[in-house]
Design a protein around this ligand. Sequence first.
Ligand SMILES: NC(=[NH2+])NCCC[C@H](N)C(=O)O
Length: 572
Amino acid sequence: MDLEKLLTDRLAPAFATAAGGPVDPVVRRSQRADFQSDAALALARRLGRPPRAIAAEVLDRADLTDLCSTAEVSGPGFLNLTIADRALTRLISTLATDPRLGVPAVADPETVVIDYSAPNVAKEMHVGHLPSTVIGDAAARLLEWLGHRVLRANHLGDWGTPFGMLIEHLVDLGEAEATRELSMGDLDSFYKAARVTFDADAAFRERSRLRVVALQGGDPATLRLWRLFVEQSERYFLTVYDLLDVTLSARDFHGESSYNDLLGPVVEELDQLGLLRESDGAACVFPPGSVGRDGEPLPLIVRKTDGGYGYPATDLAAIRHRTGTLGATRLLYVVGLPQRRHFEMVYAAAAQAGWLAPPARAEHVGFGSILGSDGRMLRSRAGESVKLVGLLEEAIARATALARERNPELGAAEATEVGRAVGIGAVKYTALSGDRHKDYVLDWERMLSLDGNTAPYLQYAYSRIQSIFRRAGVAARPEAGISLAEPAERALAFELVGFGRVVGEVAESLEFHHLAGYLYRLAAAFSAFYERCPVLRADGPVRESRLVLCDLTARVLRQGLYLLGIRTPERM
Ligand SMILES: NC(=[NH2+])NCCC[C@H](N)C(=O)O
């Protein structure tokens, strides 16, 4: 299905002969012909031959007859390739009857662990959790669709010193009252109240400290109280996931606490491997390749001076568990860029310990921060981080109002459905359509606009096609003959056959803005086609062929948006 690959496979042997060794023909979509290769230019310098002569020799040797209608040398030595109508028509016909839309399941499925979302227990989810939750979920949907075994790991922050203070505050309030407060989903005020007492009251601080010791020592009464926090928080997080339409469920919670029993053995094993060194009373690993600004090796602290284990030890235990026990070969960590150094060091240490050996590998899927439309960190009016649910509710309210305004014919129930799909879609698309290595800007106007690279634009394109079929009163017949006489039909066809290539690339890079950008180009190509090529007013075979193009576009849009976790209402 992948034309770049088909052409590459035909050209590569010819280039190899000319160059006396393997050469990437570098085939790309082009304005001048359908595709272009500029490999002869780079090769010319190396071979000391004129590029046009190399290009001509390659054309002479390569067998392109069934694929290209013309193949010619142009300019300083480009190869311009025009795809034969018959070849393109054949690809579209195949695509039309392919339930997987040109994206076969992988031949060698892997076990992939995706570590994502990971909010902290007894704290509110804020906008900073949005990219992790949304990108991680898109990765899970995509890799699962490709046939991999995906294990979602919601690495909750559910362990550690804050629980001493939280539990003591709960004891002071009384269990019934505390549970009532926590169940209202107002986690932050509970946390803040505990903090205020902690800062003001020395006796409370001492009780909190002892409580942490009791918790880590496995005291049953303390564990029971701790579990109340975890249960209330998990219940609350699940309501957020439901609202956000992500595929995380109760069985995906694998909080830091679940690695607690593995921490001792992990540190022990590091010691036996001779990887531990003491530094200021703490047990550390010095993974190769991590040096500070002063050129000194950086420590990864696995056991603190007070004997407690921290965040790095937990991540090492998690890697050992994921590769060793779960048998995963690909570990993804969808966590903000500020933790990049942490993960580099953890991976290096795990590799030294033999817990992360090829073919197993770990990738940090990092992302930037969420900014307001003023370009600064998004904050609430009180200067605090913005609650994620608050943001989602606002998105739904705005999108519902817009849906009513744009389409007064929608009934109340349908407008609510559409508002939810569009509002949530718009927010998620913002976290997926930008280069994740950069910061994101949340701008309501732009996000909800029907023009430009937005979720509503793509959803609208989809619903518009559905309305064509409602008016036509018939379904497309995938077995109908395809004709691609108009340039706009050809352009749309090229986008349609490109789906598989983009999906394959994104499964590797996890740069979802390439998938978003592709869907945007597809929707734009559809718009241009629909403007120039009447569908319902066309007759006979032309109408049939155009209906197939419409249907294929809708299916690719729906599947592509599904992979991004975005719904496609039938009407908007
Ligand atoms: N395996 C991990 N360390 N995952 C990321 C955890 C994120 C952490 N709970 C935080 O809020 O920063």
